[in-house]
Ligand binder design. Structure first.
Ligand code: CP3
Length: 343
């Protein structure tokens, strides 16, 4: 029986309902720092881990069992989308994503194939189904995708970058081509997320990890409209969380489009985020991931300050970006337990 009062905390907070305590999960919780994950990482290459539903389920559940978070996020990557479009993406050790033949011109964009997602990414949907069977009913499963802008950054730059200079100059020199590419990515992302929802995810997060490399005016041209399209297509199906890193200027607009949650990074204060969002939307964040390296008593103090600043209503505790590799597991537990025991 699933009465309203049994709705999991995380989903209650996303719905703007009252909660007994603040729910907490951690971006990138399913990888990076847990010793059991490192063991699997040394045994199987990255995309083998992503493509094997049994491994995905095991990795997704690790932080739930070991740290006790209030939501799970399916182990996968935002770069399965370019792969499904026919781009060869490698994950190189100590380097990150690498694309030997990045997008350069109209014919490259024309060749991108956005059909048959169901078949090409079937391994993700199988993994979602398997993971849902293993998860307790009170731990919702988050599905995710990159924003079209963030995906374009990798597809055109060919790797990670501090500035994404190649991707940006491509867009500024060929805006029409950039919009063609963004439209294709948006379309396949909507199909993909609908299928993830059909497979069983309870909420969806859109990672705009590189929105912050754009000026606020360029953001409104190259990123915001495409995230809005995804949100418009999916918001009636499941709660959507938008995470626009480095884009405090977009908080106001994103608070008005019917998304359920907005991820805040650590450069924006809770007070400013509440003001800009008009308290219209659940906020999620925003501890600096590096603060998990602080001495424990300081971490506890800062975590309590964060909880006081955001308040109990319409709030999901999290970091302001993904957890860093080498974060001490004990400190992750201190962060999470401080949130769960706070009153
Ligand atoms: O909680 C989770 O970890 C869920 C799975 C997850 C991964 N990537 C696994 C992963 C999620 C949600 C992502 C999202 C992702 N991937 C983003 C957006 C979030 C963010 O951090 O900004 C981005 C930009 C990527 C692209 C990507 N994938 C990069 C830049 C890298 C290399 C560096 C790194 O570790 O982030 C990856 C590889 C990757 N994706 C790893 C993991 C666990 C590490 C490589 C490995 O395990 O072999």
């Amino acid at each position: 029986m699933n009465t309203i009062s049994e709705t999991p905390l995380f989903l209650r907070a996303l719905n703007g309902e009252k909660v007994d305590r603040t729910p907490v999960w951690i971006m990138r919780q399913a990888g990076r720092y847990l010793p059991d994950f490192i063991t699997l990482k040394n045994k199987y290459d990255f995309f083998t881990r992503c493509q094997t539903p049994e491994l995905v389920t095991e990795i997704t559940l690790m932080p739930i069992k070991q740290i006790g978070l209030d939501a799970a996020i399916i182990f996968s990557d935002i770069l399965v989308i370019p792969q499904a479009m026919g781009v060869n993406v490698e994950m190189k050790n100590n380097f990150g994503p690498y694309i030997e033949f990045p997008i350069k011109n109209e014919s490259d964009i024309h060749k991108l194939n956005i059909s048959n997602v169901e078949e090409k990414l079937n391994y993700v949907f199988e993994a979602v189904k398997m993971t849902k069977k293993e998860l307790q009913y009170n731990i919702p499963l988050i599905g995710f995708a990159g924003s079209p802008w963030t995906i374009l950054c990798y597809m055109v730059q060919g790797s990670g970058s501090k500035t994404f200079d190649i991707a940006k100059s491509f867009c500024f020199k060929n805006p029409e081509l950039a919009h063609k590419l963004l439209n294709k990515i948006t379309s396949i992302t909507i199909d993909y997320l609908k299928m993830k929802i059909n497979a069983g995810v309870d909420a969806v997060q859109i990672f705009d990890s590189w929105g912050g490399v754009l000026s606020h005016t360029d953001y409104n041209v190259f990123s915001y409209p495409y995230i809005k399209q995804i949100n418009d297509a999916l918001k009636i199906l499941r709660p959507i969380i938008i995470y626009p890193k480095g884009c405090w200027h977009a908080i106001n607009s994103f608070s008005k489009i019917g998304a359920s949650g907005l991820g805040i990074d650590w450069t924006c204060s809770a007070r400013n985020a509440r003001y800009l969002s008009g308290n219209n939307i659940t906020l999620q964040g925003n501890m600096d991931p590096s603060r998990l390296f602080s001495p424990k008593n300081e971490l506890i103090k800062l975590t309590k300050e964060m909880l006081n600043e955001f308040g109990k209503e319409k709030y999901i505790a999290n970091l302001g970006h993904g957890i860093l590799p080498n974060t001490p597991v004990d400190n992750v537990k201190v962060f999470v337990d401080t949130i769960k025991n706070f009153s």
